[in-house]
Design a protein around this ligand. Structure first.
Ligand code: ADP
Length: 401
């Protein structure tokens, strides 16, 4: 095993995901995930290459640093990784606010800025900072790089990112649209351009990242020019458990008519809405698809709303492209795997000239992606590109070290 390895760390509020990469190889050498950090039920597993998933021994009530340590010890105990030397660490950070428009090398000022963004990313900012601080202690002297979910969207202009609310709220509290999933959108857009023989710096693309969280982005000449998420990852599309856009007066209505508190409404819109709320069945599209195909009307409604709203957003994003998209990219667990969703979305976009090829749509998937529109169609292309955010972070990290 070569010594040059880049470790990618994604620290959530109670979980840590890790991936180890060799430079320029998109397939990780090893991966690990630890959940329920800080509780006695902490648990984790890891995998070396294509090998079996193995249990990770984690200390009960361990913190993020203990979880990272446990994973690294497990990696090092593997014969294939015993001489493991991490030469750089890349961190996924959810919010870079208006400070960061590109990956940066970590220093005290970067960590302080990430911490200061806690009001904009209450669930993620502090765990993200803790992850960086833990990695600095575990890998003294090794360069650490931060890659922000918001950074790719820092190219959007004020007419796109400002809300029509009093100016002092923007000046005093940085209330504006930021957008998220930027690492994924940038990665799949570049991959799609390459795969379709387009010049990334001179083409019009729309990417739809559809996982548990969902967002769509207009990419013009290699830059994000509009995106569906806003101040927080609640704005925009219908998601697994998130409502996406609702009438801004809904808070007031629910407080007065249903007697809900601010916390209850926030919880309802973030955790009990979306596909889960509409269907009353599940947030998992696999479950809903099975029901949909068996004629379940609640599952059908949830999937129909999900697809219509996505198609409407794609149409709206076209404005920022100043022309028809040359390609529409599907990615994320749903975008890569659901031919049902792709087919329904394109059925709403016939005005754009998309011509679905049902056999290609059926064949495209997470393994190798694939074009889903008719070959030599005069309309735009729709294509599945599997995302690989961890590798994108590893590549960005290597680029700065
Ligand atoms: P996350 O945002 O948590 O990374 P993923 O990108 O893994 O989420 O996407 C999760 C979603 O993808 C779930 O709704 C899941 O049902 C859906 N999904 C995964 N595999 C399939 C499949 N084969 N068919 C349909 N949906 C799928």
């Amino acid at each position: 095993m070569p010594a040059v390895l880049i470790l990618v760390i994604n620290c959530g509020s109670s979980s840590v995901k890790l991936a180890l990469f060799q430079q320029n190889d998109p397939t990780p050498v090893a991966t690990g995930v630890i959940d329920r950090i800080g509780s006695e039920f902490i648990e984790g597993c890891y995998r070396v290459g294509e090998g079996p998933r193995q249990k990770l021994e984690c200390p009960p009530n361990g913190d993020h640093a203990a979880a990272l340590d446990a994973a690294l010890n497990a990696f090092r105990a593997e014969p294939a990784l015993k001489d493991l030397t991490v030469t750089a660490v890349g961190h996924r950070v959810v919010h870079g606010g208006q400070y960061f428009s590109a990956p940066v090398l970590v220093d005290d000022d970067v960590i302080a800025k990430i911490r200061s963004l806690a009001p904009l990313a209450p669930v993620h900012a502090i765990p993200n900072a803790l992850g960086i601080e833990s990695a600095i202690r575990l890998f003294p002297g090794v360069p650490q790089v931060v890659v922000f979910d918001t950074a790719f969207h820092q190219s959007i202009t004020p007419e796109v990112y400002r809300y029509a609310i009093p100016d002092d709220l923007y000046q005093g509290h940085q209330i504006r649209r930021y957008g998220f999933h930027g690492t994924s959108h940038a990665y799949v857009a570049e991959e799609a351009a390459r795969s379709l023989g387009l010049d990334f710096e001179n083409c019009r693309l729309i990417s739809a990242h559809l996982g548990n969280g969902c967002s769509a982005t207009a990419v013009l000449n290699g830059k994000s020019v509009d995106t569906s998420m806003g101040l927080t990852p609640l704005e925009g599309l219908v998601m697994g458990t998130r409502s996406g856009n609702v009438d801004p007066n809904l808070h007031n209505f629910l407080a007065k008519e249903a007697g809900l508190s601010l916390e209850e409404i926030t919880d309802l819109l973030n955790r009990k809405s979306g596909l889960a709320g509409l269907s009353g069945i599940s947030n998992d599209l696999r479950v809903l698809t099975e029901k949909y195909l068996a004629g379940n009307q609640a599952a059908k409604l949830a999937i129909d709303v999900f697809c219509f709203r996505l198609a409407r957003e794609i149409a709206a994003l076209t404005i920022a492209l100043k022309g028809m998209p040359e390609a529409l990219i599907f990615t994320g667990g749903i975008g890569e795997n659901s031919c049902l969703v792709r087919g329904l979305v394109l059925s709403h976009l016939t005005a754009f000239g998309f011509e679905l090829d049902p056999a290609r749509n059926e064949a495209a998937g997470s393994e190798s992606g694939g074009v889903v529109t008719v070959q030599d169609s005069n309309g735009p292309t729709a294509i599945v590109i599997p995302t690989n955010e961890e590798f994108a972070i590893a590549r960005a990290t290597a680029g700065l070290c």
